[in-house]
Design a protein around this ligand. Sequence first.
Ligand code: SF4
Ligand code: SF4
Ligand code: SF4
Length: 174
Amino acid sequence: MMGSGGLIVMDETDCMVDIAKFFLEFTVDESCGKCTPCRTGTMRLLELLEKITSGNGEMEDIDRLEELCDYIKSASLCGLGQTAPNPVLSTLRYFRDEYVAHVKEKRCPAGVCKKLLSFSIEADKCKGCTACARKCPVGAISGKVREAHTIDTSKCIKCGACIATCKFGAIKKG
Ligand code: SF4
Ligand code: SF4
Ligand code: SF4
């Protein structure tokens, strides 16, 4: 359950951990603060989701999420707190593998969580047209004309401009 009275269509380019985080951000903002399970519990949930999407998650965090969700649901005073954990619980129930990929492989399967992304150029596909290098806002791409280009990952800010620019599908996001 992601809310009430609505239907949201998503595909494989939506990260379910990021989606759960999106809904928690809303709840944290909306919580009136009257009761501790909702006021503090939702903030702790959000912190755990941020930890996982930034690549610092541990497997125990998934158990902590579930435990905290149960506590918030049963101890909150009103419907907001009682339903706040639902996006976390339902994404964990149906897309647990995505949580595990973030935690164990430090990988976002949907390619959404920026801190887990890396961009690279496939040398055999690159035509050396220089378009990506000219588009990169931080000068992270180098290479000679008609030769395969490379990305300096220490400079890359993961903006995605190069992928959108390359007409040859030579840049991959992983
Ligand atoms: S559960 Fe309801 S009463 Fe408690 S903090 Fe959240 S919004 Fe306020
Ligand atoms: S835009 Fe694509 S083909 Fe052109 S240099 Fe960059 S990666 Fe290579
Ligand atoms: S993702 Fe953005 S910053 Fe990184 S190499 Fe591509 S254009 Fe440059």
